[in-house]
Design a binder for this molecule. Structure first.
Ligand SMILES: [Zn+2]
Length: 143
């Protein structure tokens, strides 16, 4: 049973790969939020051996689930309200990600027009391959 004590309303990210919680903390921009955040590293897990957990106080809107799904879609998102888990969300690879990865093609328009957002779309779910929306440059997240 997941311990959610101290959290009346918020989000608990469970089943984070051990050691990845700080990466996720920064990718989600949690360092820029004023809300209370607790990071638990190397918690014992029956399923994973060791795992990290992040508890975030406050409303769901603080969290970009697309970025989270992109980083690791095996993370479980628990929504807490009134000291109870009211919803568990499964993540999946987002169809489109904006400003998470950069296109490496030097001839891509995003390399020339710096103010354009970097937009990648999911080209192949099985191999977790993304492609730049502008120039089709491939980006495989597992490499
Ligand atoms: Zn590109």
């Amino acid at each position: 049973m997941l311990n959610i004590s101290g959290l009346n309303e918020g989000i608990v990210l469970d089943h984070i790969q051990a050691g990845k919680s700080l990466d996720i903390y920064y990718h989600l921009g949690l360092d820029k939020l004023d809300c209370q955040v607790a990071i638990i590293k190397n918690a014992r897990s029956n399923k994973m051996g060791r795992k990290d957990i992040i508890k975030i106080e406050g409303p769901m809107e603080n969290i970009d689930l697309d970025i989270l799904g992109y980083i690791d879609h095996n993370i479980t998102v628990n929504i807490i309200r009134g000291d109870h888990i009211v919803e568990k969300k499964a993540l999946k690879l987002p169809q489109k990600i904006t400003n998470v990865i950069r296109c490496k093609n030097p001839r891509c328009i995003t390399s020339i027009e710096q103010e354009l957002p970097d937009v990648f779309y999911l080209a192949d779910e099985k191999t977790e391959t993304y492609r730049c929306m502008y120039c089709e440059e491939k980006y495989n997240k597992n490499v």
